[in-house]
Design a protein around this ligand. Structure first.
Ligand SMILES: [Zn+2]
Ligand SMILES: [Zn+2]
Length: 183
């Protein structure tokens, strides 16, 4: 596919992610739908929180387009295995859950395989309501950001966030060391 023909706001996303794939496009459409529904302007730097219900390619769209990132802590991963995302705008007191509903867009080739190229085109070009559903949901109360103490692991000595340590026979270990010691 000629990347030059892509929508302008998709080009930096493809660069960020490293390739163009159906998963990324699901995230692209979902992030755009969430931004539209929340009334976010393109240049606004809002304090958003995104909750991703999967950890696949689609999540990168939220990191690049909405600046909800794993590193900043405003991207939360729930391991549900669903192409669904909740975006919370605390300033507006509004949240939307966007879910991918476009599996029916997959066209089969005569040999039964999915026509990936056609699927990619449909994910880019189909109207929003054929690709994602958008539902307003209640804003969850913010979880307290806890500054945790670090504890030096008894085996490797590396400072480790205390809630991620494991106690074995009176010694405190990081997770990988606990796995080694516990054997
Ligand atoms: Zn991908
Ligand atoms: Zn260790």
């Amino acid at each position: 596919m000629d990347l030059g023909t892509l929508p302008e706001d998709l080009k930096p996303l493809v660069k960020f992610h490293g390739h163009l794939c159906p998963g990324l496009l699901i995230g692209y459409r979902a992030a755009k739908a969430a931004a539209d529904s929340l009334g976010l302007g393109p240049a606004e730097d809002e304090e958003l929180v995104a909750v991703a219900e999967n950890n696949s390619c689609s999540v990168d769209a939220f990191q690049q387009m909405l600046s909800t990132t794993f590193g900043k802590g405003n991207l939360i991963w729930r391991d549900y295995g669903k192409q669904a995302f909740t975006v919370i705008d605390r300033d507006k007191g509004k949240a939307v859950r966007v879910r991918f509903i476009g599996d029916g867009l997959k066209q089969k080739r005569p040999d039964g395989s999915v026509d990936r190229e056609a699927f990619v085109q449909d994910l880019i070009n189909r109207p929003q309501d054929e690709v994602v559903s958008v539902e307003e949901v209640a804003v969850e109360p913010p979880s307290e950001a806890v500054i945790e103490q670090s504890i030096a692991c008894a085996r490797c000595g590396e400072p480790t966030q205390s809630s991620r340590t494991v106690e074995l026979a009176g010694q405190v270990y990081c997770r990988p060391c606990a796995a080694e010691v516990g054997q």
